[in-house]
Design a protein around this ligand. Sequence first.
Ligand SMILES: C[S@@+](CC[C@H](N)C(=O)[O-])C[C@H]1O[C@@H](n2cnc3c(N)ncnc32)[C@H](O)[C@@H]1O
Length: 405
Amino acid sequence: NSMLSNKCLYEPVILGVNLECLKSGDGDIIYPINEQVPVMSTSQDGANTTTATFGPWSFKPSCTDFIPSIQSELCVYTDRSFAGNRGISIFTTPQIADEFVRLRPFHDPAILAGINNPEGPWHPQNLPGRGIGLLAKTRIDPGERLMAYTPLLIMHQHHQISIPVRENFLRRAIEQLPDASKEQYLRLATIYGNSSVIVQDVIQTNAFEMQVGGEMHLAIFPEASRMNHDCAPNAQYYLDPLRLTHYVHAVRYISAGEELTIAYSSPLEFVSNRQRHLKESFRFTCGCSRCLAGKTADAALAEMKSIEASLADWTKTSTASTELAEKLIELYRQERLEGFLDTAYRHAALTYNAVGNSAQAKKYAQLAADSGAMKDGPEAPNVRGMKELLKHPEKHWSWRRRMQR
Ligand SMILES: C[S@@+](CC[C@H](N)C(=O)[O-])C[C@H]1O[C@@H](n2cnc3c(N)ncnc32)[C@H](O)[C@@H]1O
């Protein structure tokens, strides 16, 4: 019964804060990254009796002043032994930290079996004009898991403390991680290249959004961060709220040597919106095939949206039909949006069920559930809904719904 929602978007972070505009010397000292930020006391040196004092945390949590807008302070919590000594640091409220502690990975390490593998079916490589990217080592099948990792850092996304103050706390969070994890974090790509705010620069460039305890948090998964963007990505990701794990799956065949990609910006937005978002938030000009196709890709998208509106119309005058549902699937495939096909499959399942064709309804419900599980996680409401339809099509609200006159 977790407080973590399943929503995870690759979105610009620290909204409303421009790290570039930061003038240093506004009173707050930023500690250099390798200078140990003063820590009150630690459970690391010898005496394991002190461990009990901070619960699962390896150090005494260090906290900001009380922040009126969230009616709380924010503290740095580090568990160096988390996930087989990969470690994790969390900058959040004491209340939300308590919710984290109740998650199974914190007291039942076996739940993370098979997670955080050092190797995957990909290898990082420097790519012209794209920085580091991940290339497939072998041919990969659709549905294959590409990676599953726990985060190194999770940060409460609040706006009421200054950049230097936040940087100091986040620096402590990174310093307190095991060395290998700390170095992995600091090697990640940055946008601004201003070393005095490097920890936030890495967050801005690499974070995934994650709802925790009803509050937006940003999480850094360094392996997943190496995947570059494409508006027709060959991989899809989701966060498992109970395992604190970020999963990535292949959504179509990927050939050996092909780059693994995810979408940072919704591929269901029109090209100018996608381009603007990617430029503003990530500072690159997207040159993917759907961006190059421009108007043609936009026209396909417009047609998809119009068909979706018809299929979502359950009034008597609706033009919905199984042919339209099949056409929608074809358009998603044509646009290479396999990673987002769950929507089209769901429409097809409902449309077939609505005309009493339970065999086709079940076929598409299964496809929608499989596709949705890679995008929103196996426990997502849409996925559960499709599994319900699959079990009892004739008990589903959509059964023969378009046959009643
Ligand atoms: C999360 S990182 C991805 C990994 C990064 N390439 C690296 O070297 O670690 C995001 C940054 O990668 C680059 N990037 C991602 N997708 C790209 C693309 N399709 N074309 C060009 N650059 C891209 C941009 O600089 C972006 O700010």
